[in-house]
Ligand binder design. Structure first.
Ligand SMILES: Nc1ncnc2c1ncn2[C@@H]1O[C@H](COP(=O)(O)OP(=O)(O)OP(=O)(O)O)[C@@H](O)[C@H]1O
Ligand SMILES: [Mg+2]
Length: 233
């Protein structure tokens, strides 16, 4: 579904992605794990089209989209839930969700919202309240739900577990895991390597702008190098 080939990206004169190659098959949950500053967010921003690519290519469903503008990539089915949630705190929960559906004006928007409320009942309870009043975990749920309102076939998730208490972290990973049943293909970027690998089919390890390991998630969890460097076990 998604293929990244030898992708390079820079901020000014400083290159931070030094040739990333990875792929995501339809229906998979694939995770990219890596420490602070490895380039995970930059990679997702390249895929969604808000970060310029200096070399290499991005192929989505067989078509090269490397220079396709971000708004067109959303129409093709790529949606990103950004790092730090980036919800609109002054708007209500419902308004945030409706913004996620800005591409659509059909009846399905209401059904999608109903769907979101079934996935996240707390969002229904708070639908008319300002999103800024939600807890961190609830805001993360809203960020994911908002992204789903865009009806993505490929969802890019940037550190959904960041800053959450352990119980909520598990809840968020459960939700991501459940996206499979909804035919959403997921590229999940995480510093929480263990949590991400536990729900992923395959994983890539990213270190300072390069992929240093990849494989089935269980194999990575079992690998002594990963266990020492990322899992603390
Ligand atoms: N706007 C920017 N301008 C200049 N350098 C940047 C910018 N954003 C990120 N960088 C640098 O690019 C590198 C990769 O950053 P990036 O945010 O992609 O990493 P990350 O893996 O997402 O980190 P984290 O886990 O902390 O979110 C880092 O060295 C970072 O300092
Ligand atoms: Mg990041």
């Amino acid at each position: 579904m998604l293929e990244i080939r030898d992708l390079r990206s820079r901020y000014g004169r400083i290159e931070v992605l030094h040739g990333i190659t990875l792929n995501v098959q339809s229906g998979e949950i694939v995770t990219v794990v890596g420490a602070n500053g490895a380039g995970k967010t930059t990679l997702l921003r390249c895929i969604s089209g808000i970060q310029p690519v200096s070399a290499g290519g991005i192929i989505f469903r067989g078509e090269t989209i490397t220079t396709v503008p971000a708004y067109r990539r959303i129409r093709r089915g790529i949606t990103q839930s950004p790092e730090g949630r980036q919800i609109f705190t002054n708007l209500t929960v419902e308004e945030n969700l409706r913004l996620g559906a800005f591409l659509f004006s059909d009846d399905r928007v209401d059904r999608d919202m109903e769907d979101a409320f079934q996935m996240f009942p707390i969002l229904r309870e708070k639908r008319n309240l300002p999103a800024g009043g939600l807890s961190g975990g609830q805001q993360q749920m809203l960020a994911i739900a908002r992204a789903l309102m865009g009806r993505p076939s490929c969802l890019l998730l940037d550190e959904p577990s960041m800053g959450l208490a352990p119980l909520l972290v598990q809840q968020i990973f459960d939700v991501v895991s459940g996206l499979k049943a909804r035919n959403v293909t997921v590229l999940l970027v995480e510093q929480n390597a263990f949590g991400a690998l536990k729900i992923a089919d395959r994983g890539y390890v990213m270190e300072t702008g390069r992929i240093t390991m990849d494989g089935p998630a269980e194999a990575l969890i079992a690998d002594p190098r990963i266990r020492e460097a990322y899992l603390g076990i």
